[in-house]
Design a binder for this molecule. Structure first.
Ligand SMILES: [Zn+2]
Ligand SMILES: [Zn+2]
Length: 382
């Protein structure tokens, strides 16, 4: 079942202020409170929905993630198990391993660990980076250096958020659970601890550099390997290269969304390429050889049979795009466009008139098209 939009649930616009959100939440929670709606079957579910929506939108970090990615921002992880990822490169220049996803969008940030309320609250956001590349780069693959504005673990406090020496202590409100339970009539409602924001820890003496967040804003330079065969819509995940988590929480992932630009010469359809090639009237009539460009920057010589018409297609095997995960190379289709000569000299015109006289036996009026047209006209008369 599709999840409803959080703003819609609360009945506010995307630009709603914290105050407006709070007001809307209070009104909805009152209206839908299970104690007053014991005869409405879905009241409890709707009440929970309202709580969940407000839980996200009242938190600036979560709200930002939701605005960017929607519900996918909180649906758990690629790796299944969740939990902190140890030892990924945190340096200024990290050469990243990448996984390529070009499947359904459902893969995007799907399935992270579920349930773990505390870690979910502290995990850094996933980031999206849009990368436009040329078709020839998609053909060969490329190494790309990108700059990503993100937040990284604070080096002053090693990501703990505490001034050196001061250890974070368990939150007294929730005893480190990150959640508090409240009895509301018949129901027990569990919600994020208001004191620690779900982290389960408080810091009495926060780090002066990061203000206790355990992370600081910074541009990161990444060296990304874009594999051959990518196309518009291909996503590349760089695990652990997203935003640093809060107070040492697990780092989010970075997703590179590839867009392959249109090419002035080649059109792409999956692994195949096509290309319109002009050919002179004489070559088309008499036959000959033409040179066509190929995506690797080279050229191929192609035989044009005598009597080729405009629109004739020819296939150059294995001159298309590589498949993303191996499995061969596509073909290139050439479509001929026979060009009518222009700016004729008087000698050329003379020759063409002579040619015309000699061509009376094979003029268009004897073609099957005109035979059909004649039948059509005769049919209209009767
Ligand atoms: Zn710090
Ligand atoms: Zn707490």
């Amino acid at each position: 079942m599709a999840k409803r939009d959080y703003y819609e649930i609360l009945g506010v616009g995307k630009g709603a202020s914290a105050d407006e959100l709070k007001k809307a939440y209070r009104a909805k929670a009152k209206e839908l409170h299970p104690d007053r709606n014991s005869d409405v079957p879905d009241a409890e579910a709707r009440f929970k929905e309202v709580n969940e929506a407000y839980d996200v939108l009242k938190d600036a970090d979560k709200k930002a993630a939701y605005d960017r990615f929607g519900h996918a921002a909180f649906e758990g992880g690629m790796g299944g198990g969740g939990g902190p990822r140890g030892g990924h490169p945190q340096g200024d220049f990290a050469s990243a391993f990448s996984d390529v996803f070009d499947d359904l969008f459902g893969d995007f940030m799907g399935g992270r660990g579920g349930g773990g309320g505390r870690q979910r609250a502290a995990r850094g956001s996933d980031l999206r980076y849009n990368l436009r590349i040329r078709l020839e780069d998609a053909y060969s693959g490329l190494q790309k250096t990108i700059n990503v504005p993100t937040s990284v673990s604070c080096s002053s406090c090693s990501g703990t958020g505490a001034e050196s020496g001061a250890e974070p202590t368990a939150c007294p409100t929730c005893s480190g659970m990150g959640k508090v339970r409240a009895q509301q009539g018949f129901f027990t409602v569990e919600r994020t601890c208001p004191t620690c924001g779900g982290l389960g820890q408080i810091i009495k003496n926060p780090c002066k550099v990061c203000g206790g967040a355990g992370r600081v804003e910074k541009d990161r330079t990444l060296n990304v390997n874009i594999p051959a065969g990518v196309e518009t819509g291909t996503r590349i995940r760089l695990a652990g290269e997203g935003e640093a988590g809060l107070r040492g929480g697990p780092t989010g992932d970075l997703y590179i969304f590839v867009e392959v630009m249109d090419h002035p010469i080649f059109q792409r359809e999956g692994v195949h390429l096509s290309c319109h090639v002009p050919v002179s009237m004489t070559t088309a009539a008499l036959g000959g050889e033409i040179e066509v460009p190929t995506i690797d920057g080279g050229r191929s010589r192609v035989k044009v049979p005598a009597g080729s018409q405009s629109g004739k297609q020819m296939r150059l095997r294995s001159k298309g795009m590589p498949a993303l995960r191996g499995g061969g190379t596509g073909d290139m289709f050439i479509e001929l466009a026979v060009e009518t000569p222009v700016n004729l000299t008087s000698r050329q015109k003379e020759l063409l008139r002579e040619f015309e006289k000699l061509s009376e036996h094979n003029n268009p009026e004897s073609s099957s098209f005109f035979t059909k047209v004649k039948g059509f006209w005769d049919g209209m008369k009767s």
